[in-house]
Design a protein around this ligand. Structure first.
Ligand code: 13P
Ligand code: SF4
Length: 336
């Protein structure tokens, strides 16, 4: 890692790197973090990649520049490490759509169903679940469950609709939660950006409110399936290198544009909705990362009994694949 351009306080970034070395700390940052926070991190990635890094690191301290459920997941995977969240206000509106009691009530209505929880959930909800998944491996996780088995998929309805479509399974019951940032990227944004950049390729996160209507538009012949890719954030980072296109419309949280532009300087990236910013991700600043290291704050721990029950579901998630992306239609679709 090098401390890069001077669009922020380089001295502060250097202080953070020195503190990280002195504390045997690793700094992990999600693709939606502020540019300067991404640049000071040792590893930037999607939820799946960050979980894997947290599980594998030799560092004693993990500074998690992401949101609360991600730091909790790291604390469960690495119970002997000190996991720090620079600002406790880094929550997640999607994780807030279901709690353990609601899940227990839902399970009681579907006895015997397998529970698949998206990683954007609290540790208590994971403790009630059989599997966790992320957008990077949700389809593979569903494929790992016997086809005759009913599935309760939570909490994101758009990701749920995506996995139902791709796997073709009818026995997936979906919780009606949503992320306010991704739900706010709607078909109108797609229509507008498509008109402005007619030759562009679409990179769409499956949490988006536009994902299902875009697939319907493909079905109706209005959009060419070859130009649409439904991807996790890390899948989006990889896709431009495999594509002949020069321009990409990016339907997810806008923090990812920094990394895309850095990784592919010859290509153009347009936000489908340039207001799609997650305020939870943006509460983490360089000053707070510095203070996290300096004062060892804010330590995230998970009660041992909850962690023990959640660990199996999380370890299953970490062990399963992680594709660069999934076809809008299904595994039989030759497009991917
Ligand atoms: P990824 O798992 O694709 O990084 O998406 C995560 C997300 O929405 C985090 O809020
Ligand atoms: Fe949660 Fe949405 Fe923010 Fe991701 S973008 S952390 S799902 S509120």
């Amino acid at each position: 890692m090098t401390v890069l351009e001077a669009h922020y306080d380089v001295a502060l970034a250097e202080e953070i790197r020195a503190l990280a070395a002195a504390n045997n700390a690793v700094i992990l940052a999600h693709n939606y973090e502020r540019p300067e926070v991404q640049d000071v991190a040792d590893y930037v990635g999607d939820s799946l990649g960050l979980s894997r890094e947290a599980a594998a690191t030799d560092a004693e301290v993990i500074v998690f520049c992401g949101v609360h459920f991600m730091a909790e997941t790291a604390a469960i995977l690495s119970p002997d490490k000190t996991v720090l969240l620079p600002d406790l206000a880094a929550g997640c509106s999607l994780a807030g759509t279901i709690d353990a009691e609601q899940l227990r009530a839902w399970k009681a209505q579907h006895p015997g169903a397998v529970v698949v929880a998206y990683v954007n959930t609290t540790a208590e909800v994971k403790a009630e679940s059989d599997w966790c998944c992320t957008s990077g491996n949700a389809v593979e996780v569903i494929h790992a469950i016997p086809p005759e088995q009913d599935i309760l998929f939570l909490p994101d309805m758009f990701l749920g609709a995506h996995v139902r479509r791709v796997t073709g399974r009818q026995n997936i019951h979906v919780w009606m939660g949503e992320c306010h940032v991704h739900a706010g990227i709607d078909p109108e944004h797609i229509a507008r950006t498509r008109a402005a950049y007619p030759g562009a390729e679409f990179l769409i996160h499956p949490e988006c409110g536009c994902a299902t209507p875009v697939v319907e538009a493909i079905g109706a012949g209005a959009v060419d399936a070859a130009n649409v890719h439904i991807l996790s954030t890390e899948g989006m980072i990889k896709r431009p290198a495999q594509s002949d296109h020069d321009t990409f419309i990016v339907a997810t949280e806008i923090g990812i544009l920094h990394r895309l532009r850095r990784a592919h300087p010859g290509k153009q990236f347009i936000a489908a909705n340039d207001r799609a910013s997650c305020s939870f991700m943006k509460v983490t600043t360089l000053e707070k990362v510095r203070d996290a290291l300096k004062f060892r704050q804010h330590r995230i721990t998970v009660p041992a009994d909850v962690a023990a029950r959640a660990r199996t579901a999380i370890e299953r998630m970490v062990a399963v694949g992680g594709t660069p992306g999934t076809s809008p239609f299904g595994p039989e679709d030759p497009g991917e």
